[in-house]
Design a protein around this ligand. Structure first.
Ligand code: FCB
Length: 452
């Protein structure tokens, strides 16, 4: 049944079907070949920071198994692969000289992907700031934006001839608010709304400074950014819930989208957060609004919000209706993909949109005696969410590709190894990879697309 539904999916022609990963979550080898320390290398050693006390020190050992992993991608029939480069492999102290061995690793990865006819989508920043820059304030420090631009310059100079899709930042909402406002993620600062707003302004500035440099170094390529967006609805029709919902939507979505697509932060957020705003210099808005070619959307759920006490002055609380939930407590709600595509298309009209992450965490996955992993819930999740993309494409929304989160089970930040998201199972004792049933379903979808 699932197989038939996967076969029946009608995605747009030339639609890219790929998988996403992130350097810290898969690579391991934290200090190999001259790599410097990142904030995640440091944060994972803090007692209590990671639920199972683990770290990405070994993770999937992808640094040493990269060719094997590309063979897997090929077996799955992927046409694109979204990965991130670790800043600290390339510029170990964040702002100094380039470590050629770091560049060489990614150069080999890119060459092997191209040889396998898999398009490389390179993300420059997926949360692993060099620790030496954190020691000077991290994203609190405006200088970090300029260091990021220099790093983007170095990487795009090296790979601009071969990489045609560039992403500056992955999910600034999450790495700024969870890193600087709530402290759940590295660097672990709990400074409330001011933390989220100041760090995100500097991160966006770094994005805006990087875009023209990447364009100059990588002509004929597409440059974009990845946001984690949700369609937000109020829990009730009460004025207070409606207002809370708008505040949350303002902070998670419009703060980022308006800055990049409209050249100014939303007025209601500026008024609401008057006391905790960053310093915004005269030309910042213009720099941040550098035209981009595509928007990547990471989407895992919808958000239902009510008036509450979280993160003043946002003052919201999340409401979880009865339903099916993943191992990270996200409601399974496939329409969220269609809704977010509509929301972005109607309000911001990016030229192209990619669903740059979407996927399902399931706890307690079992390898059978035959070496199989039966995860029909994930298989159905993929078909259902991709069906919503097909629906959006039919309605004229320029959605060009989908990246499942994630290629293989890996280190899931504060959850450690407790919530596998992969379509490939990894036995972390032996590093053996096994394609799950959901991976087989995904391969059918990928094949349909490449044949169409
Ligand atoms: C996203 C992150 C990614 C992964 C998924 C589950 O927020 O970009 O690294 O953790 O969630």
């Amino acid at each position: 049944m699932l197989i038939q539904s996967a076969r029946a999916l009608k995605l747009p022609c030339q639609f890219l079907v790929g998988a996403a990963t992130c350097a810290y979550q898969i690579e391991g080898a934290p200090f190999c070949d001259g790599k410097g320390e990142s904030i995640w290398d440091r944060f994972t050693k803090k007692p209590g920071a990671i639920i199972d006390g683990s770290s990405g020190d070994i993770a999937c050992d992808h640094y040493h198994r990269m060719s094997e992993d590309i063979a897997l991608m090929k077996q799955l029939g992927l046409s694109a692969y979204r990965f991130s480069t670790a800043w600290t492999r390339i510029i170990p102290d964040g702002s100094g000289s380039i470590n050629q061995a770091g560049l060489d690793f990614y150069s080999r990865l890119i060459d092997e992907l191209l040889a396998a006819h898999i398009a490389p989508f390179l993300t420059l920043y997926h949360w692993d700031l060099p620790q030496l820059l954190q020691d000077k304030g991290g994203w609190y420090n405006r200088d970090t934006a300029y260091h990021f631009a220099n790093y983007a310059d170095a990487v795009s100079r090296a790979f601009g001839d071969r990489v045609k899709h560039w992403t500056t930042l992955n999910e600034p909402w999450t790495f700024c608010w969870s890193g600087y406002a709530t402290g759940e993620d590295a660097p672990g600062l709990s400074d409330g709304a001011r933390g989220g707003l100041v760090s995100s302004h500097h991160a966006l500035l770094g994005h805006g400074l990087a875009v023209p440099l990447i364009r100059a170094n990588a002509p004929d390529s597409s440059v974009g950014i990845v946001f984690d967006l949700n369609v937000v609805t109020p829990a009730t029709t009460s004025l207070s819930d409606v207002a809370a919902s708008k505040r949350f939507e303002g902070a998670q979505n419009r703060w980022f989208l308006d800055a990049v697509f409209k050249g100014a932060y939303p007025e209601d957020m500026l008024n609401l957060c008057g006391d905790v705003l960053p310093e915004i210099e005269n030309s910042d808005n213009q720099i941040i609004a550098a035209p981009i070619d595509y928007l990547g959307i990471n989407i895992y759920r919808r958000s239902i919000m009510a008036e509450g006490t979280e993160l003043p002055p946002l003052n919201f609380q999340r409401v979880s209706p009865p339903g099916n939930y993943s191992a990270v407590n996200y409601e399974i709600w496939p329409e969220c993909v269609y809704d977010v595509l509509q929301y972005v298309h109607q309000n911001y009209a990016p030229n192209e949109i990619f669903i740059s992450e979407n996927g399902l965490a399931l706890a307690h996955e079992i390898v059978t005696d035959e070496g199989e992993i039966h995860d029909p819930i994930r298989g159905k999740y993929l078909v259902d969410h991709l069906s919503q993309i097909a629906r959006a494409a039919k309605d004229g929304i320029p959605v060009k590709g989908y990246f499942v989160w994630t290629l293989m089970d890996n280190f899931e930040w504060a959850y450690g190894y407790t919530v596998p998201f992969g379509i490939v199972h990894v036995d972390f004792e032996t590093q053996r990879r096994r394609i799950k049933d959901s991976g087989k379903i995904f391969a059918i979808i990928a094949k349909n697309c490449s044949d169409s």
